[in-house]
Design a protein around this ligand. Structure first.
Ligand SMILES: [Fe+2]
Length: 366
C-alpha cells in the first residue's frame, strides 16, 4: 500500500486511528476549505499545481513518513502527488478527495452511570452517533455511518443490539438507522410524528426504551424540528440531537416557512433549551453534531449542563432576545437538505450517498 501513489479514505482513516506518522497536505483554495482532515496542513497551491508547479508547497520541509495530498475530489491532488514524487517525496493522493473523506469516522469510549457508551464520530462531517450499552444490550442513537461499522463495534464488544433510535429527522446527512435496524433485525424508534413513511416504534414525551438495567427516556425538545427529542439516560446523560450542542444551539429554520413561523420555532427551541438547562448540573450533554473536524484522539466530545449554563451566551437570553439572536445568525442551508430530508422520511439511501452528503454539517447557530 505504502508504495502506491494513492490511498483510500478508509486506509488514511486507519493510519490516523493507529497514530501512524502521516503528513496530510490540503491544497484546496481557502474558499473551499469549509471542512478539513484533522491535523492537515493547508497550502495555497491549487492554482500552481494546476499549472504544473508546486507553488508554496515547494518550500515545505517534509517530516518523515508518507505525505497524503488532498483536494475536493482527488484530481488536482493527484497532480501534486506526481510533482512531489518527482522530487523524491513519498506522496500519495487521497482517492476521491474530501468527498470520499466525508464518510471517515473514529470512536471514543466512555462510561456513564454504569453504562458503556461509544461515541461514533463521522469526522469528515461532524456527525456524532452513539452506542449505549447496559449489561451487553445496546441501543444505537443517530446512526450516521455505514451500518457495518456499528455491527462490527457491537460484535467486538460482545453486545447485542436491541434498538436503533433517531433524535429527529435529519437534514444534513442520510440516517443509517433504518438500514442498521433492518440488517440487525431490530426496530427503529423515532419521535412520534407523521412524516416518517416506513414502520417505526413511536416515542412520545416520557416514553422509554428499556434495555439491560437502564432506560432511555424520550424528552420532547421541539424547535430544531417539530419532533426533535432528547434521550435521557438514567437522568444522568442527555443525548440532545441537534437541539443543544457543546457551545451552541440548533437552528430552527430548516423546515422553511415565513418569518413568523421561524420565530415560532425559535421560541419553541428557547423553551426546549430552557427545559434542558433545568436538568441537574452534572448531567452529561452528548450532542448530535460538532462544527469542527473530529480528531483521532479517542476523547469523547461532551460537556455538562453546568458548563453550558456558564459558557453559552445564547442559552442565557430571554425568549425575545433568543429569537432575535438565533434568527440573525442562521448559517447557509446544508447542501441538498430538502432531498436529504425526503430520503430520510422514506428511509432510503442512494447508491452513492457522498454525492448528496458532501460538505460540512450546518446544524448549529453559534
Ligand atoms: Fe438536524
Amino acid at each position: 500500500m505504502m508504495t502506491a501513489d494513492r490511498i483510500s479514505a478508509r486506509e488514511l482513516q486507519e493510519l490516523l486511528a493507529a497514530g501512524q506518522p502521516v503528513t496530510v497536505i490540503d491544497i484546496r483554495l481557502q474558499a473551499d476549505r469549509e471542512w478539513s482532515i484533522p491535523g492537515s496542513l493547508q497550502f495555497d497551491s491549487y492554482d500552481a499545481v494546476k499549472s504544473g508547479s508546486l507553488g508554496p508547497l515547494a518550500k515545505l520541509d517534509f517530516p518523515p513518513g508518507p505525505v497524503v495530498t488532498v483536494c475536493g475530489m482527488g484530481a488536482t491532488a493527484a497532480k501534486a502527488t506526481d510533482l512531489l514524487r518527482a522530487r523524491g517525496v513519498h506522496a500519495m493522493t487521497l482517492e476521491g478527495g474530501m468527498r470520499a473523506w466525508s464518510l471517515a469516522w473514529n470512536t471514543a469510549p466512555t462510561t456513564i452511570s454504569g453504562c458503556e457508551v461509544v461515541q461514533v464520530r463521522r469526522t469528515g462531517k461532524g456527525c456524532l452517533s452513539y452506542i449505549v450499552a447496559s449489561q451487553s444490550e445496546a441501543v444505537v442513537i443517530d446512526a450516521s455511518v455505514d451500518p457495518d461499522v456499528y455491527a462490527r463495534l457491537l460484535r467486538e464488544r460482545g453486545w447485542r443490539l436491541v434498538a436503533v433510535a433517531d433524535t429527529h429527522i435529519h437534514a444534513d446527512h442520510l440516517s443509517r438507522s433504518r438500514l442498521l435496524a433492518q440488517q440487525e433485525g431490530v426496530d427503529v424508534w423515532m419521535p412520534a410524528q407523521d412524516r416518517t413513511q416506513y414502520r417505526f416504534r413511536s416515542l412520545a414525551d416520557g416514553d422509554q426504551i428499556i434495555f439491560g438495567s437502564t432506560t432511555l427516556a424520550a424528552m420532547r425538545t421541539p424547535g430544531h424540528t417539530e419532533e426533535s427529542t432528547t434521550y435521557l439516560l438514567d437522568s444522568i446523560a442527555a443525548f440532545t440531537g441537534d437541539t443543544l450542542f457543546l457551545n451552541s444551539v440548533g437552528r430552527p429554520d430548516l423546515e422553511g416557512g415565513s418569518h413568523q413561523q421561524l420565530a415560532a420555532r425559535a421560541r419553541l427551541l428557547h423553551e426546549s433549551v430552557r427545559h434542558l438547562l433545568q436538568l441537574p448540573e452534572a448531567t452529561q450533554v452528548l450532542p448530535g453534531h460538532v462544527s469542527e473536524p473530529i480528531p483521532f484522539d479517542g476523547r469523547v466530545l461532551a460537556t455538562t449542563i453546568a458548563t453550558i449554563r456558564d459558557t453559552v451566551a445564547l442559552a442565557r437570553l430571554d425568549a425575545a432576545e433568543f429569537v432575535e439572536a438565533v434568527l440573525a445568525r442562521i448559517p447557509p442551508n446544508p447542501p441538498n437538505h430538502s432531498q436529504i430530508v425526503e430520503l430520510n422520511e422514506r428511509g432510503e439511501i442512494p447508491g452513492d450517498p457522498g454525492e448528496l452528503e458532501a460538505g460540512a454539517n450546518r446544524c448549529a447557530v453559534a
